[in-house]
Design a protein around this ligand. Structure first.
Ligand code: G4P
Ligand code: NA
Ligand code: NA
Length: 194
């Protein structure tokens, strides 16, 4: 997605060969106009799939997921990382290990909001090692729901998540695919141009 690539070029900060900081429009401050365009693009890509629910993970997945949900006119559910006071016992849980942060935590979704009648589109902000996606896929499986595919805002192609998921036949659509962050420069995979 051209507008996203331009925003990354303009406002993204390359922190290392591994990490891109996009706090000014995605991970802290949020650009609603760009977010809406991303929602439209996810909706265009998955419109024919009969998606009934969008599933993401708090916190940064929520903005793009909500915009896609608005466009597809289906509910958006975000997995929680902390058990809320009001949470019932009827939950699906999965374990997510973060390589970037070297932490492991549980993610939680209420059984009330995901069932075997759902066709699920998973959306997340970053795809790196794919651990967040794996946790969400685990929850889709526990629900007996159907997985339509995965929509990602920024995929880092030099990390293994995307290849691992696609090699299992899972449809992964990324709006921007980064080939490399070497020398403080963002290089996109040209095929990602839409
Ligand atoms: P994985 O899910 O693909 O395995 O990724 P990983 O464990 O490496 O990432 C853990 C967290 O770091 C996730 O956010 C993920 O979105 C984010 N992340 C990974 N690579 C980058 C990057 O290059 N830049 C930025 N800005 N974030 C990255 P999280 O812990 O779930 O945080 P939240 O922002 O959703 O609250
Ligand atoms: Na994040
Ligand atoms: Na995330």
């Amino acid at each position: 997605m051209k507008a996203l690539q331009e925003k990354i070029k303009q406002d993204g900060l390359v922190l290392s060969d591994q990490v891109l900081k996009v706090d000014s429009f995605l991970n802290h401050q949020v650009d609603p106009v760009l977010m809406k365009k991303m929602g439209e693009e996810f909706a265009r890509l998955f419109r024919k799939d009969g998606v009934t629910k969008i599933l993401t993970l708090e916190s940064s997945g929520i903005s793009p997921a909500l915009m896609a949900a608005l466009e597809l006119k289906v509910p958006m559910v975000f997995a929680r990382k902390k058990k809320p006071l009001t949470q019932s016992a009827d939950v699906y849980t999965a374990t997510v290990h973060s390589f970037t942060k070297n932490t492991t935590h549980e993610i939680i979704v209420s059984r009330a909001f995901l069932t075997n009648r759902d066709k699920v589109l998973i959306i997340d902000d970053f795809l790196a090692y794919g651990q967040a996606a794996e946790g969400l896929i685990d929850i889709v499986k526990q629900a007996g729901a159907n997985l339509s595919g995965i929509g990602i805002v920024i995929e880092k192609a030099f990390q293994p998540g995307g290849e691992r998921l696609r090699s299992r036949g899972i449809r992964v659509e990324s709006l921007a695919v980064i080939q490399s962050l070497k020398n403080g420069t963002v290089s996109f995979l040209e095929e990602a141009y839409a």
